[in-house]
Design a protein around this ligand. Structure first.
Ligand SMILES: Cc1cc2nc3c(=O)[nH]c(=O)nc-3n(C[C@H](O)[C@H](O)[C@H](O)COP(=O)(O)OP(=O)(O)OC[C@H]3O[C@@H](n4cnc5c(N)ncnc54)[C@H](O)[C@@H]3O)c2cc1C
Length: 475
């Protein structure tokens, strides 16, 4: 179904949708799939492109979260490990195994991390990705020849998964469409309607390409707007108290030569008490991330100078050839939708569990969690939304539901609408090498103009707009 056909379906619909979902990131897409697979009638609206928010800006790990193990959050780790296994089972084209080495420079690190990672293996049970193992110095260097050798004693290897987040997202949405969901990008929720009882019973939506507005009735409205979920809640109730403590994380991308093999590095303790990863990804080396509280979520967050300096410095402590600012090919930034907690001293201490919150007006908000746990979050959300909407109870079937096979199409189903959609999220050029993306923009604009039958001048305007955006991905 084309975007125009989906819009026509929205225009002509007289019945309320069973569920309306606001936000086309991992959370919203997972809910659309879960609900449609149960046979509910679903509309999902995304104000920008699918994955424009945090869901294309992750560290690309499908993981249980070794860090949460250290924090003693065993139940979160177990749930994520189970979901990691299900993601690989249901989307094998998108999720691959990745070996990580924790380099050891102190005598106690091999037994300490060796034991911790054995527990990680144990918690994964039958969903395991590979057995962790203590490595000798030679074995460590054979896996990561670019490690600094001074003081290096050896390492511990363990396994997790990795993926192309934006690409999987599009294919989750295609699976939801296969099951009957109507999903629209560049359609924003701009307001709510409520019945005489004060309960929300629909939204006003606006096509961001044409300005056309739609009144959409829904038995329940789900706010899956991630870091923007308070802005959506306050659109429904200006007095709603905020629940998000937004925090940004940056990634620097370098040439593959910094990590030439197929093994990643995990640094378990940076100077600010976090973990940091250096990961081989799509022929490049991705290093991140940070955890910096910010006052408010914005669509294009920018890396702070001190964040760039911190990542360069930490990478330089572990790599024989320390990367410099000139080596950076791209910088990208994501915002964590962390849920506030009264006693947490900083955002890195806030829970990565998901939260479901229902406002007095009946708006259901789901936020927090991780990409890895998107399916479980969706199951939980649809269970609660169905009860709230008094829908007939139906079982969740996504635990064993295969995700749509990779289409291999960078413009997927005409769902790509702008040069940015193609170069940032269908292909990942902007995230991998901003200069290359800038060079490719005019050609992509011309191809897209032809595919979408755009008027003269559109391609040039698109190129210009993209160049302005891409400048932010250059260091
Ligand atoms: C730096 C960083 C690294 C991470 N790394 C990992 C990792 O490696 N592995 C992992 O499992 N998790 C990771 N995470 C967590 C994971 O990326 C997030 O939990 C997840 O992407 C959140 O998805 P979401 O759908 O809730 O939010 P988003 O992806 O932000 O989606 C919300 C969407 O709502 C849309 N929206 C907002 N307002 C409206 C409106 N009015 N109308 C319509 N649409 C609207 C936005 O445009 C946006 O696209 C990471 C997070 C960060 C920040």
């Amino acid at each position: 179904m084309t975007r125009e056909q989906s819009l026509e379906r929205v225009r002509s619909r007289r019945e309320p949708w069973d569920m309306i979902i606001i936000g086309g990131g991992a959370t919203g897409a997972g809910i659309a799939l879960d609900a449609a697979a149960r046979g509910y009638e679903v509309l999902l609206v995304e104000r920008s492109d699918f994955g424009k928010g945090t869901s294309s800006r992750s560290t690309k790990l499908v993981h249980g979260g070794v860090r949460y193990l250290e924090q003693g959050n065993i139940s979160l780790v177990m749930e994520a490990l189970k979901e990691r296994g299900r993601m690989r089972q249901n989307a094998p084209q998108f999720v691959t195994d990745l070996a990580f080495v924790v380099p050891n420079y102190d005598w106690w690190e091999a037994p300490f991390y060796g034991l911790g990672l054995k527990l990680y293996d144990l918690l994964a049970g039958r969903y395991g990705f590979g057995e962790s193992k203590i490595l000798s110095l030679d074995e460590t260097l054979a896996r990561i020849p670019t490690l600094k050798t001074e003081g290096l004693r050896g390492g511990v290897v363990y396994y997790d998964g990795q993926f192309d987040d934006a690409r999987l997202l599009i294919h989750i949405l295609l699976t939801a469409k296969d099951r009957g969901a109507t999903v629209l990008n560049y359609v924003a929720a701009t307001g709510f309607h409520a019945g005489a009882d004060g309960f929300i019973d629909g939204i006003t939506a606006r096509d961001e390409e044409t300005g056309e507005t739609f009144e959409c009735a829904g038995k329940v409205v789900i706010n899956a707007a991630g870091p923007f979920c308070d802005q959506v809640r306050q659109m429904a109730d200006a007095q709603a108290k905020t629940m998000i403590a937004p925090s940004q994380g940056i990634h620097l991308v370098f040439d593959r030569s910094f990590l030439p093999g197929d093994t990643a590095i995990m640094v378990p303790h940076t100077s600010d008490g976090r973990v940091m990863f250096a990961i081989p990804w799509l022929g490049h080396t991705l290093v991140g991330t940070t955890d910096t509280p910010i006052p408010e979520a914005v669509a294009e967050p920018r890396a702070k100078e001190e964040e760039i300096a911190f990542i360069l410095e930490t990478a330089g402590q572990y790599l024989a050839h320390a990367p410099s600012r000139d080596d950076i090919l791209s910088v990208f930034v994501g915002i964590r939708p962390l849920v506030r907690s009264g006693d947490a001293k900083n955002t890195s201490a806030l829970s990565r569990d998901h939260t479901i919150h229902i406002d007095q007006n009946g708006l259901l908000t789901i936020t927090g969690g991780k990409w890895t746990t998107y399916r479980h979050m969706a199951e939980d959300c649809v269970n609660q939304a169905a009860t709230l909407a008094r829908l007939p109870e139906r079982d969740c079937i996504t635990a064993n539901l295969a995700i749509h096979a990779d289409t291999g199409d960078d413009y997927v189903g005409q769902m790509a609408r702008t040069v940015e959609d193609v170069l940032a999220r269908r292909q990942r050029t902007l995230f991998l090498n901003a200069r290359q993306a800038i060079a490719a923009a005019p050609q992509v604009a011309a191809q897209l103009a032809a595919r979408l039958n755009r008027p003269p001048g559109w391609a040039a305007a698109q190129t210009e707009e993209f160049l302005r955006l891409a400048a932010q991905y250059l260091p």
